[in-house]
Design a protein around this ligand. Structure first.
Ligand SMILES: Cc1cc2nc3c(=O)[nH]c(=O)nc-3n(C[C@H](O)[C@H](O)[C@H](O)COP(=O)(O)O)c2cc1C
Length: 417
């Protein structure tokens, strides 16, 4: 997809900077009227061409795992304590050895720049402002260097493992040189998931202009203007590895072909041996895998099914959490992601044994709605909800959240005599 093709699709709106700024101001005003992550998602949906929104919003195949992630959070109920002085609540905690204003880290999401120019930088800056760690994806639309320069907070780097070892090792070396505090290896992508929304929307790559998606772009002139003004997003970390691909969408798809389906325990150990700082492994859903990773010296396990984008039919992340927590037995930290949309979800995850949660679409949808302002709004909403949920649960510090706060499931409830 080139800028000139976009211009044609949009009827050449002349790329006016003034109108792009006005769009940005309107978007910022709109997110201040968002009261939930779902509100931000709705704003993003309206703003983005369908093909782009669906790329972020969608999951694999029937999206059963995507739905299951949310359903698992909704099934868990809390038994709140009463008569506790909750005037003051402290949401801060230690996450992976460093202080974090909340038991939350922003997880990696690829290609946010399609949703908002340099959306990655916006999310990273919002995370820094909220006092929580940010994870930059290999598939980011901002380079390791750019984010290190422009975002002041705690930075982690997520690496995919490529067939060509030197690509992975070069990325890891860049992260080390730039002072990224932790490395996250994602292990649930031996091959790409089958995301049918992308096929149906012709988001499949190489990008093809079809009557459907040209109309789709034409109906979203605000988005088109912002792309015209800022240029096509580039997957800055990996662009150099596939010079024939000429835009982010093409690279995103073609680079997937370079992921290594043979990546296994021995190479995982190699990475552990090569990376001296904190190491997280993301995409674990089994107790035995988690136990083995902890024994290998991994510092944190992220219980995750990639937001339902990989194996459709995989367990909901929250359902898999308790067995991972038991298996790891405090030898490593445990985090969970997949479906975190409310502050109370953080309380539920911690009560089930997580040390922290990670966000994917929550901040991504914020950024798609209004860039950094939208991502900040997402974190503000979650912070406000977390404080309120802690107060209503009767806890004043993160350390007070434990399994005794989980209400017995209705099936296990004892009927009155
Ligand atoms: C658009 C999109 C891109 C993603 N890109 C990556 C990625 O580059 N690396 C990765 O490890 N996980 C990636 N993920 C998965 C997220 O890190 C996270 O596991 C998932 O979004 C959590 O589910 P939730 O967004 O429903 O809360 C991506 C998720 C989405 C929605």
């Amino acid at each position: 997809m080139s800028v000139s093709e976009l211009r044609n699709a949009a009827g050449d709106p002349a790329g006016s900077a003034a109108s792009s700024c006005a769009t940005s101001r309107r978007a910022t005003a709109a997110v201040l009227r968002a009261w939930s992550i779902e509100d931000l998602r709705r704003i993003a949906k309206k703003r983005l061409p369908r093909a782009v929104f669906d790329f972020y919003d969608g999951g694999a195949e029937d999206e059963a795992t995507l739905r299951a992630n949310r359903a698992a959070f909704e099934r868990v109920r809390i038994a709140p304590r009463t008569l506790v002085d909750v005037t003051r609540v402290d949401t801060s905690t230690t996450v992976l050895g460093g202080r974090s204003a909340m038991p939350i880290a922003v997880g990696p999401t690829g290609a946010p720049g399609f949703g908002w120019p340099l959306g990655d930088v916006g999310i990273a800056r919002a995370a820094a402002a909220a006092g929580i760690p940010y994870t930059l994806s290999t598939m980011a639309t901002a380079s390791l260097e750019r984010v290190a320069r422009e975002a002041p907070g705690r930075l982690w780097f997520q690496a995919y493992v490529f067939k060509q070892r030197e690509i992975t090792m070069a990325l890891i070396e860049r992260a080390r040189r730039l002072g990224y505090e932790a490395l996250m290896i994602t292990v649930d992508v031996p091959v790409g998931g089958k995301r049918e929304r992308d096929f149906r929307n012709d988001f499949a790559v190489p990008f093809r202009f079809t009557p459907r998606n040209v109309l789709d772009f034409a109906m979203h002139p605000g988005w088109v203007l912002s792309v015209l003004r800022h240029g096509m997003p580039v997957l800055e970390n990996v662009a150099e590895f596939n010079p024939e691909a000429n835009d982010a969408a093409e690279i995103a798809s073609s680079i997937g072909r370079f992921w290594d389906p043979a990546f296994d325990w021995s190479r995982m150990k190699e990475i552990r041996d090569r990376w001296p700082k904190k190491l997280l492994v993301k995409g674990v859903l089994r107790g035995d895998d988690a136990e083995r990773l902890a024994a290998l010296g991994v510092d944190a396990i992220v219980v995750s099914n990639h937001g339902g984008r990989q194996l459709d039919g995989a367990s909901a992340a929250l359902d898999a959490l308790p067995q991972v927590v038991r298996a790891v037995n405090r030898k490593a930290s445990v985090m969970v992601d997949g479906g975190v949309r409310r502050g109370v979800d953080v309380v539920k995850a911690l009560a089930l044994g997580a040390d922290a949660v990670m966000l994917g679409r929550a901040t991504l949808m914020g950024a798609c709605a209004a860039g950094e302002a939208g991502a900040r709004r997402a974190l503000e909403i979650l912070r406000d909800e977390l404080v309120r949920a802690m107060q209503l649960t009767g806890v004043t510090a993160v350390g007070q959240i434990g399994p005794e706060l989980i209400a017995p499931s209705p099936a296990g409830a004892t009927p009155c005599p």
